[in-house]
Design a protein around this ligand. Structure first.
Ligand SMILES: [Zn+2]
Length: 375
């Protein structure tokens, strides 16, 4: 892996390269941006460069471009995920904390993980390198106590320590956390790059095009969906059925559709659980449920925009007739309401509300506009 293989994040790479060439490397970074746009890949590559014993500097015009050598001991250990001075800190480490045995991973980032895997480890010298790097994933899930615990390391880090917080929602971080870090913002990945990447995974052009558009610039998420196709979980078929059901929506079927969504979410989560051993099962289930809600949202988004967009611009460009039918049943303002209900459902998933209740509430509510019109 090389810096050159990071897609669509030229501004980020330029900022990091500049810091490197001036050797003005902040002790704490926040990599901010949506899920799946390359924050983790970039953080890992940055760590690889900082730890590399023989960094390669290319002189391209006026600005030098630094990359790791991929051959030294440090690079080889890092590529094998066993570098002693790179600490990837995620909330699933809870079960390896002193009192964490048999505890299930909570929605929030546990303070014990912050204490035992960052605060306690930071002061000791690096093992084989000159630096020690911490990458904390899902920083948006740090509550204020965990952020206050982190403050110690953000305020007075040992000279050899670098910490990178990966964050999808900056508003969840305290001003004191943000002010002590340099923020690097990641943008969405270009749709064409995502489509090409999915085609490389042997997805048919129509499926690749749909997933790329639905992902809204999240290459990571689109690849996860593609994995479902490759592993026979058939997300594309599931999405086709959901759009069909919404187009032919009838209130008496709402609970059946809710049941179907829960079953499909379970199928998806089971496949992801086999593929992603480091993520908690509960989190993958929540991600699967959010994927289905994202599909429901896409139906109403397309229906709402039908007057302003050509069918090939729809997310569901492959189910044009069904989108037309949805738009004939829901006025744009009704579709907008449904999208709001979908966002609310996603928030409830994050707040750990009962899943059956969320889907039943969402799907029963799809009927309200029809009722109002009938009165
Ligand atoms: Zn190296």
């Amino acid at each position: 892996m090389s810096f050159k293989k990071i897609y669509s994040q030229q501004k980020v790479i330029t900022a990091l390269q500049k810091a490197y060439s001036l050797q003005k490397i902040p002790h704490a970074y926040i990599f901010a941006g949506y899920q799946g746009v390359g924050k983790f890949t970039t953080a890992r590559q940055w760590a690889k460069l900082l730890l590399c014993r023989n960094p390669q500097i290319e002189k391209n015009g006026s600005s030098p471009f630094a990359d790791s050598c991929s051959r030294c001991e440090s690079c080889r250990l890092l590529d094998a995920d066993s570098h002693p001075d790179l600490n990837i800190v995620h909330k699933e480490l809870l079960e390896y904390t002193r009192n964490g045995k048999n505890k299930t991973t909570p929605v929030e980032f546990p303070i014990d993980v912050v204490r035992e895997f960052i605060i306690e480890k930071a002061p000791s010298k690096p093992t084989i390198s000159k630096r020690k790097i911490f990458i904390l994933t899902e920083a948006e899930k740090l509550n204020s106590s965990s952020q206050n615990a982190l403050m110690k390391i953000l305020e007075e880090p040992p000279g050899f320590c670098s910490i990178i917080l990966l964050c999808t929602r900056m508003e969840k971080l305290l001003p004191t956390t943000k002010s002590r870090c340099q923020v690097i913002r990641f943008s969405a990945v270009d749709e064409k790059i995502i489509t090409d990447e999915l085609k490389q995974k042997n997805l048919e052009p129509q499926k690749a095009g749909f997933f790329a558009r639905l992902s809204n610039g999240s290459l990571g998420l689109a690849c996860r969906w593609a994995d479902l196709e490759i592993n026979n979980a058939q997300l594309y078929k599931i999405k086709t059925e959901i759009i069909n059901e919404i187009a032919d929506y009838k209130l008496p079927n709402a609970l059946d559709l809710a049941q179907k969504c829960l079953r499909d979410a379970k199928t998806i989560a089971d496949v992801w659980t086999d593929l992603e051993k480091n993520t908690s099962k509960a989190d993958l289930k929540r991600k699967a449920q959010k994927t289905l809600i994202q599909i429901i949202t896409s139906a109403f988004r397309d229906a709402m925009k039908i007057k302003f967009e050509k069918p090939e611009q729809f997310i569901n460009f492959d189910q044009k007739k069904k989108i037309e039918k949805i738009s004939s049943r829901f006025k744009p303002e009704n579709s907008a309401e449904k999208i709001t209900s979908c966002y609310q459902a996603v928030r409830w998933i994050d707040d750990n509300v009962n899943e059956k209740l969320i889907f039943e509430h969402l799907l029963l509510n799809l009927n309200i506009s029809d009722k109002i019109e009938a009165l």
